[in-house]
Write a protein that binds this ligand. Structure first.
Ligand code: ADP
Ligand code: TZP
Length: 298
């Protein structure tokens, strides 16, 4: 498949979301919950955040997709994650698992491993350090960011638990975002399809919750297409495009010496970009940043 075909599909899926306005259940973390709800809503979905094990499975069952975010884990939250991912597995609902800070503590590492072992289908979305822990079982003890690990350098296997019983998509974020899935072809039953988004420009600030929001968006798009690879690719593309639009706007305002420019302004500009993105500018951005790679990745 060519870059052009993927770009057409991404643009089309971006337009489908606000038309269908699916209900998406997110088990969020307290740090980024409001930002994630805003991003989901700005992109066109109807978010419901619910973390109690008393209602988690029930709410998942009535949603079109689940975003299970492991940030700030606790015994209560672990039960909710387990119940919701199990409900998604039973009902064949698409789920997204974000192993926030999987290598920050032994408790998070073990919890992530248990949740990945549930046979749900969908997307695992994490930064390079989180995926490193899921793949190797090693702790990182560096917090929730990618801690010096690079998505580009990460060796991703062509088989194993991460892909699950029903070929989950793996999305690794960083200065290069990578989206991978196994896709059978006539000549190769274990063919790996990979897309990359290459970010040459750095954003003026790293907004806390950007990775969580990208995971939440993966669930929103998985709610409106059966193609989970396309859902993850669209989510990460839109998320990076919004940051890049906000960075351009921030640079213009800074050049004109507008007052009160800083972290808060940039965060607001990112949110605006999620709802106000121009389709032809998005298309142009994708042409410059999206690379489709086919073939084996070891
Ligand atoms: N060096 C970078 N330059 C430009 N964009 C980046 C860079 N690193 C990350 N991003 C953007 O931020 C998103 C979240 O990435 P990351 O920081 O890895 O997540 P997390 O917040 O979970 O640690 C990426 O999908 C990408 O859009
Ligand atoms: C800071 C922090 N601590 C626990 S969860 C969380 C938010 C992480 O958000 P992201 O990884 O998307 O920046």
């Amino acid at each position: 498949m060519t870059q052009t075909v993927f770009i057409d599909d991404i643009l089309s899926l971006t337009r489908t979301l606000p038309r269908e306005r699916p209900l998406v259940h997110m088990i969020p973390n307290g740090v980024s919950a409001a930002f994630c709800a805003d991003v989901m809503s700005a992109a066109g979905a109807r978010p419901i955040m619910a973390s109690s094990p008393l209602e988690a499975a029930e709410i998942t069952s009535h949603a079109a997709a689940l975003a299970a975010n492991m940030g700030q884990p606790s015994e209560e939250k672990e039960k909710a994650l387990f119940a919701s991912l199990s409900a998604a597995a039973e009902q064949g609902l698409p789920a997204v698992f974000d192993p926030v800070g999987a290598g920050a503590s032994e408790y998070r590492r073990c919890t992530a491993q248990k949740l990945v072992a549930i046979p749900w289908t969908g997307i695992i979305k994490g930064n390079a350090a989180e995926l490193h822990t899921l793949l190797t079982g090693s702790l990182v003890h560096q917090g929730v960011d990618s801690a010096g690990f690079s998505a580009e350098a990460l060796a991703l296997p062509t088989n194993g638990l991460l892909y699950g019983p029903a070929d989950r998509v793996i999305a690794v974020t960083g200065s290069v975002d990578r989206i991978l899935c196994r896709r059978q072809t006539d000549s190769d039953p274990a063919h790996i399809l990979e897309a990359r988004l290459v970010h040459a420009e750095k954003n003026p600030y790293t907004i806390v919750g950007t990775g969580c929001a990208a995971g939440a968006l993966c669930a929103c798009f998985a709610a409106v297409t059966d193609d989970r690879f396309l859902a993850a690719l669209t989510a990460l593309s839109l998320s990076a495009f919004a940051q890049s639009q906000a960075a351009d706007c921030f640079a213009r305002a800074s050049a004109s010496k507008s007052p009160s420019m800083g972290y808060g302004t940039f965060k607001e500009l990112v949110l605006n970009a999620f709802s106000e993105g121009d389709c032809s500018v998005f298309q142009n951005w994708l042409e410059q940043h999206l690379i489709i790679i086919t073939g084996e990745t070891t």
